[in-house]
Design a protein around this ligand. Sequence first.
Ligand SMILES: [Zn+2]
Ligand SMILES: [Zn+2]
Length: 257
Amino acid sequence: MYKIHIIKGHIQYIYLIIYTDKILLVDCATRADLPKIKNYIEEKLHRKMQDIKLAVVSHMHPDHAGLAKTLQSKYKIPLLAHPYATKWYSGFGGNLQHVIDVFLAWYVSIKQKNPPRRMWYSAKFKIDYTAKHGEKLPFFNDWEIIYTPGHTSHDISLYHKQTHVIYLGDVVLKIKDKYVLPMPVTLPELMKESLKRLSETDIKTILLAHGGLDSIENSRNFFKDIIKRLNGQNQKMPALIRWVSFFPPCIKNIENC
Ligand SMILES: [Zn+2]
Ligand SMILES: [Zn+2]
């Protein structure tokens, strides 16, 4: 069986799923998080970076894919993401969105009063393993993919059926003790389907990129409550976020992704 270790990353939590012979990294953090992850693995766990047999990119945002390219090129760690992931920042609109998203991550970091760190990262990398809904993770067959788009076209959650644990990436956030939807929800219809799918999944523990680990009593009610908030969400979204979050080509035509 595995153990979950949580690292407080630059603006998000990073989860290490530790087995005696291998480590699963969830997810690929910000670019500023490399020393934290490396120190944790080497100093605290007395393991090697190469013990990470797989690094998951839940979606392409700077706090989830920031280290992907470095982990792949420097440490030869294979990456897993949804097949739509690399299309998100493609073309003119995608490139523009990438620049905007790095600025937004930088803004969040300042608001959290974190020390200034470099956030720029390359979003151009090859995915070693693409992951679709219902598939098992390579090297970690006890974990399966639940496709949970809505925040982006390609969000994936990781579900451990035996222990009822799920990593939700940015599908749900916990801010000031309240569960909220991410900002933005770029594809609200898909988000609704994702939350419905999650409400039909037997979940007892949630791992949030923004909010940490939590136990939930009844996953059906938990996600149904969140679906109810979906309708008001985009109206409540600050105008700035609304106007600067809709450039990726996949938003206009998800079939082409
Ligand atoms: Zn995100
Ligand atoms: Zn995030």
